[in-house]
Structure formats: structure tokens, C-alpha cells
Design a protein around this ligand. Structure first.
Ligand SMILES: *Cc1c(COP(=O)(O)O)cnc(C)c1O
Length: 383
């Protein structure tokens, strides 16, 4: 049996042809493929605007800036996420804090969020933005978080890096029905890839305009946005401070081609989940909890084993050629975050989740034999 990674991209001949076509065309960046890629996501999710960037990290950064996050503001997210979700707030000079997770779904707990909001209101420290993360591709309880946002006056950025192709209450994640901005990632381990890449989705014309300025130096060629009268067709103006966070057309071409297989990928991931659930049902592992109102995109398949056995099982799985992984060390436990004042014990549910979690292989091209092999090894090592 060859080494089985925990996640793997799928590149077809059609992807290669689409990329090569762009590579040999007139534009390899800032050309027509960007808009085609953006429009395809907008159409798929039913959102008004999509803006492509060079990573989801950049997308989270400009999303925070577009919502006015700055020094003196508070931003809250979940500890169980990739560090980019909270780093984005720090880039803007804001103060980051976390809301512990729900012990079943491992997403941000709405109950704890409400408690924390009540206390923050008393202390006059309410967050400007909250970043819920749809862990593994299962949506957070967005209707409840949205209700709280109206009551407490915060904005919402959905970090849907895991979740393209997933649904919440029957509608596509990324339609921004319950949020101001949604971010997708197109890193190769995610559901569809552009090698590196991310997007911001929004239904707001104003936010979209800000995001588009921020991704390209704060420069505009749009006469409606210019401060001065245009000097002629060559003229552009910098009207704010932005970055070079652009995606290339080569990357967009890859994503554009990949998106045709998004639904197939998600159904395949569901088949894999069903097989895992069947083969692991009688073992001493906790399987992912599935909410009825969510259609998971299954970026990851995280099982939970006894804390005392986790390291040994993990090591043995790796020795058996299975690329298990752990998602994630809670953000507040990283040395950098500890240097900001966070400490062990701050978010006990997240810490307990972490100590038991193992991500087992999940990607559309995994074979049934490979799945069986993973399950047999896991059974053996569980003892
Ligand atoms: C992958 C990931 C990111 C960052 O995505 P990049 O495209 O690599 O910048 C952000 N948040 C979460 C939850 C992720 O999994």
C-alpha cells in the first residue's frame, strides 16, 4: 500500500489544458479568467459579488479592513481553526479574543458566544467583528449568530475555507445570507484548488468596492471612485492604502476548471464519510456529529480517540503509511498567542477536543481499499 495522505488535490487533463491555454494567452495575470472564476463562484453560491485574491489569509485581512477593523477594536473567533482566522485581526492592529467551541460540533458555541457578549456589553468591550469558522465544512449555526449580531451590533465574516460546496438550511454556504463577507480558500488541501488562492464574497456593493481597492494597492481606474478628474485613458489614482493581493489568471484558470467538479467532489466525500461511519461504527472512536440543517463539505474527517491513546495511535498510523494529521492545536496555545497573554485552560472545550482529535484521510480520489486499510489499522491500534 502506498502512502495515503490526509488530503490531496485532484488535477485532471482538462485542468492542465485550461491552465496551458491561459499561460499561452495574452494575459497571465489581471486578464479575463479572474472574472470568469469569480462569476462562477457567484453563480454557484447565489451571492452578488466575488473577489479573487492570492490566498484566504489575504481575503480575511481585507475583509477585516473593509469592515473597518483597526486598533482599539475587538475581533472574536474560535480557537479551533487555522491561525489565519485570528492573525487577520492582528494585522489590522485589533485585539483578538476567542469563544470556546460546542462540545458536539466543535464549531464556535452559540451559547458561550451569547454569554461572552453579555459580559462584554457590561464592560463596554463588544467586538466589532466575529469570525465563525465552518470546521471541516459543517456550517456554524449562522441564523443564531446573525440574530446576536443584530442585538449586539457586530459584523460577521464567515471563514468558509473548508466549506465551499457545503449547505446550511438547504442553501449554499457563501451566499452571505447571515454574514457581511464569506471567505473561501483554494489551497491544494481544500475542496477545490488554485494552488494558492482565496475569495471574498459579499452582497454589499460598498464592501466589494473596498475589497477590490485593497487587493490592488488602493488604486482605481473607475472615474466614479476617483477624487480628481481623470487626465486621460492612462490615468489611475491611489485613493487609499492597499496591497498586491491579486490572484493570477493562471491560478484562476485552474480554479475555473476545478469548479466543474465541485458537486462531484462533495458527493464523493459524502460516500467516503458513509463508508468510514459504517466501518468504524462499532469501534471505540467518536465520529463527527452531523447536524440535520447542515450539508457538510467534508474537507476533513476528524475522529476522536481516548486522550491517553492518541499519540500512540497517531504514531502507529503514520508508521503504517497513513498520513493522519491533527486539526488544530488551539490558536491560543501557540507560543505567539501565549505571548499576547493567553494560557492553557482558557478554552477548555477546545483543549479537550484537541487532545483527542485525529484527522483520517479524506479526499475524492481515495479508493475503497485504502479506506478499508485505514479502518483496519485504526481498529488494530485502538486495541
Ligand atoms: C486554510 C485555511 C485558511 C488559510 O487559507 P490560505 O488560502 O492558505 O491562506 C484560513 N482559515 C482556515 C480555517 C483554513 O483552513
Amino acid at each position: 500500500m502506498n502512502f495515503i495522505p490526509y488530503g490531496r488535490q485532484d488535477i485532471t487533463q482538462k485542468d492542465i489544458d485550461t491552465v496551458v491555454e491561459t499561460l499561452t494567452s495574452d494575459f497571465i495575470t489581471q486578464g479575463p479568467m479572474i472574472k470568469k472564476f469569480e462569476d462562477k463562484i457567484a453563480e454557484y453560491t447565489g451571492v452578488k459579488h466575488v473577489s479573487a485574491l492570492n490566498s484566504a489569509t489575504s481575503a480575511l485581512h481585507v475583509a477585516c479592513l473593509a469592515l473597518g477593523v483597526e486598533k482599539g477594536d475587538y475581533v472574536w473567533t474560535t480557537p479551533v481553526t487555522f491561525v489565519a482566522s485570528s492573525n487577520a485581526a492582528l494585522y489590522c492592529g485589533a485585539t483578538i479574543d476567542f469563544v470556546d467551541i460546542d462540545s458536539k460540533t466543535f464549531n464556535m458555541s452559540v451559547e458561550l458566544l451569547e454569554k461572552k457578549l453579555k459580559m462584554a456589553k457590561k464592560d463596554n468591550k463588544l467586538p466589532k467583528v466575529i469570525i465563525p469558522v465552518h470546521l471541516t465544512g459543517q456550517s456554524c449555526e449562522m441564523d443564531k449568530i446573525h440574530k446576536l449580531s443584530i442585538e449586539y451590533g457586530f459584523k460577521i465574516i464567515e471563514d468558509a475555507s473548508h466549506a465551499i460546496g457545503g449547505k446550511y438550511k438547504g442553501e449554499p454556504i457563501g451566499n452571505c445570507k447571515y454574514s457581511d463577507i464569506t471567505v473561501f480558500s483554494f489551497h491544494p488541501v481544500k475542496i477545490v484548488t488554485t494552488a494558492e488562492g482565496g475569495t471574498c464574497s459579499t452582497n454589499s456593493d460598498e464592501l466589494n468596492e473596498k475589497i477590490n481597492l485593497l487587493r490592488t494597492h488602493g488604486i482605481t481606474r473607475d472615474e466614479h471612485i476617483m477624487v480628481n478628474e481623470s487626465h486621460g485613458p492612462w490615468y489611475y489614482e491611489q485613493v487609499g492604502l492597499g496591497f498586491n493581493y491579486r490572484m493570477t489568471d493562471i491560478q484562476a484558470a485552474l480554479g475555473y476548471s476545478q469548479l466543474d467538479r465541485l458537486d462531484t467532489y462533495i458527493s464523493k466525500r459524502h460516500e467516503i464519510s458513509n463508508l468510514y461511519r459504517k466501518l468504524l461504527s462499532s469501534l471505540d472512536v467518536k465520529l463527527p456529529h452531523q447536524l440535520n440543517e447542515c450539508y457538510n463539505s467534508y474537507h476533513l474527517f476528524v475522529v476522536q480517540v481516548q486522550e491517553e491513546k492518541r499519540k500512540e495511535i497517531f504514531d502507529k498510523m503514520r508508521e503504517a503509511g497513513i498520513g493522519v494529521n491533527v486539526h488544530y492545536l488551539p490558536v491560543h496555545l501557540h507560543p505567539y498567542y501565549k505571548s499576547l497573554g493567553f494560557k492553557s485552560g482558557d478554552f477548555p472545550v477546545s483543549e479537550s477536543y484537541y487532545s483527542q482529535a485525529i484527522s483520517i484521510p479524506m479526499f475524492p480520489t481515495i479508493t475503497d481499499e485504502e479506506i478499508q486499510y485505514v479502518c483496519e489499522r485504526l481498529k488494530e491500534y485502538l486495541g
